[in-house]
Design a protein around this ligand. Structure first.
Ligand code: ASP
Length: 318
């Protein structure tokens, strides 16, 4: 059995490529890195890699992580600037016995020494988004934190090795140096090849409060199906946050177990995800919670066409 599941529609091309590799007996580490790089390199995705939206100082600071579920090798970078593929740097770091999580200049120095490609990650399009948002914030007092989409994936290969990985530019207009859940083990991702893995997208500050990816893996270890584990973890954290703090941020989770069964849960409308397994062609789903259960629907061709159209539409400066 093999499989790969990812947050958001934007992962579709990446998981399609990865599934070709997995079909031929490819490695879960290579497949997940390839799939994430595909998202990082696509300039029209505003929340991952090249074209990602900047922090409040108009700098693109990226977070990424990689975990191997066989060895528990784990590497992450946070607030790294000017490198094309943070996921590859995180994977390279996962091989280090110590110093495997690096931030900002430390991460950049490591990447430079290891020969990773330097790239100015701030696109003209992202600058327009930034300037427009600065104006909107002045005019309507909307929160700078609206709008985010991290790519998070879990992968299983034919040899039963599992991996998890994330990559993100974090929240648009975040404070310089802000780190979300995505490079934090247990919150943005977690994987154990004996059990399964999970990954998150949403408001990092809230996702971290529940160590939610670890919680889902823990529930699967107790015998829950990934779907049940995701629903339970999301509903519980959502409830706890509302009780204690009056509101809960966006929480969307994907998971896959070591049998290739998968699950997804969210507390928002319109969460999309992509999945491919030995039994299922790469498919994009939309999901929503109805009475405590997540109902997944295959995205229509119209929805998919519209998605690309809006992502690539010319951007007007306000
Ligand atoms: N979880 C990410 C963060 O807080 C944002 C996202 O999922 O889009 O940095």
């Amino acid at each position: 059995m093999w499989g790969i599941i990812a947050t958001w529609r934007m992962a579709q091309e990446g998981i399609s490529k990865a599934s070709e590799l997995l079909k031929d007996g490819g490695d879960a580490g290579d497949a997940i890195e390839m799939a994430i790089r595909e998202v990082e390199d696509f300039p029209f995705y505003k929340s991952v890699g090249y074209g990602g939206l900047p922090n409040e100082e108009m700098e693109v600071e990226l977070d990424a992580a990689y975990m191997d579920g066989d060895t528990f090798d784990l590497g992450a970078v946070a607030a790294i600037k000017d490198y094309a593929n943070p996921i590859s740097i995180a994977r390279r770091l996962s091989k280090e016995k110590v110093n495997s999580v690096l931030v900002a200049e430390g991460a950049e120095k490591f990447a430079h020494k290891e020969g990773f490609e330097r790239k100015n990650m701030l696109t003209d399009r992202a600058k327009i988004h930034y300037r427009n948002r600065v104006k909107e914030v002045q005019e309507q007092e909307i929160t700078p934190y609206a709008g985010h989409d991290t790519v998070g994936m879990v992968c299983l290969d034919e040899k039963s090795k599992m991996t998890a990985a994330t990559s993100t530019s974090g929240l648009f207009m975040k404070r310089k140096g802000r780190v979300g859940d995505s490079p934090i083990a247990g919150s943005g991702f977690y994987v154990d090849s004996k059990v399964g893995g999970a990954s998150a997208t949403g408001l990092g500050e809230d996702l971290m409060k529940g160590c939610i990816s670890y919680e889902i893996v823990r529930l699967m270890k107790e015998g829950m199906h990934p779907q049940e584990a995701c629903e339970k973890a999301v509903l519980e954290l959502d409830k706890e946050l509302k009780e204690r703090r009056g509101k809960a941020g966006d929480l969307s989770l994907i998971a896959m177990n070591c049998k290739g069964e998968w699950g997804v849960a969210t507390n928002i409308e319109g969460f999309s995800f992509a999945v491919a397994t030995a039994n299922e062609e790469p498919t994009v789903y939309l999901t929503k919670m109805v009475d405590g259960k997540c109902v997944h629907e295959v995205a229509s061709q119209e929805w998919l066409d519209n998605y690309m159209k809006t992502r690539t539409a010319p951007l007007v400066e306000k």
